[in-house]
Ligand binder design. Structure first.
Ligand code: ZN
Length: 326
């Protein structure tokens, strides 16, 4: 069984696996999921067992992943009777379990554009790390108090990778993607409508645009990502529509100052060397038509749809198995 959330002892809070990934790569915080302790997200169940009754993680630290990240029960994990996280699916065939693991089933209904803040709890973390004593009394109840001031609920996320994983891993279930709502800022649409293929970017502004990467160019000041698909557009003075290339620029200064700088550079370097098909997803900017002077012939110019990425938190390059055929 896989879970999308778990209780993290040192942060005294429930985290999604995407929060955990974000924290693992964040160089401004001291967090390593391999050293953290995660427990059942069900408050009542968790309090019935000692702190050593833990959950495991899957794909918490891979920069690139194909199979959906999640929390999982370890062979030693115990749950109280009736806890929904304790139910193991037995009798299913391997293929069924494999399919379950390859999908993100928890769809956040809102992507929060402000990052979530985490506050580490000072006392309990050291105790639990240094005394793996089975007989140790469980932590007092007040240590597990909920955070009433918290804005996000289990239905929201501030990690862009989460809705992207929902979309990619369920790409073969169009009805589901049409049913599930997603809100970003003031705009609400189904997952199916919010994720817009890059070649149709003229349909609407402010969506999540995505497409297959044709090539990534490494320049002195920036990286340029060219998309495979082109946008058909009737430019001023032209008689009819013509196909134009689409690209986005990533400033190296923006990357240098990014809190997940190392992981991001690894992601982009892997992408440049990679021979596999990669896709780029971004939110926050809409590529616009512009004329760019030609390098070969400075007198001439050509048209292109282009944008500068402004926030790397809302930008992802990844593999997306199954997308190609859709
Ligand atoms: Zn439980």
């Amino acid at each position: 069984m896989k879970f999308d959330v778990a209780y993290c002892i040192s942060l005294d809070d429930k985290l999604s696996i995407y929060d955990v990934r974000d924290l693992n790569f964040d160089e401004t915080v001291d967090f390593d999921s391999a050293k953290e302790h995660f427990q059942c997200p069900n408050d009542i169940c968790r309090m019935m067992f000692e702190a050593s009754n833990e959950l495991g993680t899957f794909n918490a630290k891979n920069v690139n992943y194909i199979r959906t990240p999640h929390f999982k029960n370890l062979t030693t994990t115990r749950h109280m009777e009736g806890c929904p996280y304790g139910a193991s699916k037995t009798g299913g065939n391997i293929d069924g379990l494999q399919a379950e693991n390859d999908r993100e089933e928890h769809f956040p209904s809102e992507l929060l554009l402000t990052r979530r803040e985490y506050v580490r709890k000072p006392t309990l973390s050291t105790t639990s790390k240094n005394t793996p004593d089975e007989n140790r009394p469980i932590a007092p109840i007040q240590a597990f108090r909920p955070h009433p001031e918290r804005r996000d609920t289990p239905d929201t996320t501030s990690i862009f990778a989460h809705p992207v994983e929902c979309f990619v891993s369920n790409i073969d279930d169009k009805d589901l993607l049409k049913r599930m709502p997603l809100k970003i800022g003031e705009h609400t649409a189904s997952y199916a409508s919010f994720f817009k293929k890059i070649e149709y970017l003229q349909d609407n502004k402010g969506l999540i645009y995505w497409g297959k990467i044709k090539q990534i160019k490494d320049y002195t000041q920036s990286f340029r990502i060219d998309f495979e698909q082109k946008v058909w557009f009737k430019a001023e003075g032209e008689a009819r529509k013509k196909p134009y290339s689409v690209n986005v620029y990533l400033s190296k200064k923006l990357i240098d100052n990014y809190r997940k700088h190392k992981a991001f550079l690894e992601e982009i370097k892997l992408a440049i060397d990679n021979q596999r098909e990669l896709y780029c997803f971004f939110y926050g900017v809409t590529p616009a038509f512009k004329h760019v002077p030609s390098k070969k012939n400075p007198e001439a110019s050509f048209g292109v749809f282009s944008a500068d990425i402004e926030n790397l938190d809302h930008f992802i390059i990844r593999e997306a198995a199954g997308v190609e055929a859709k």
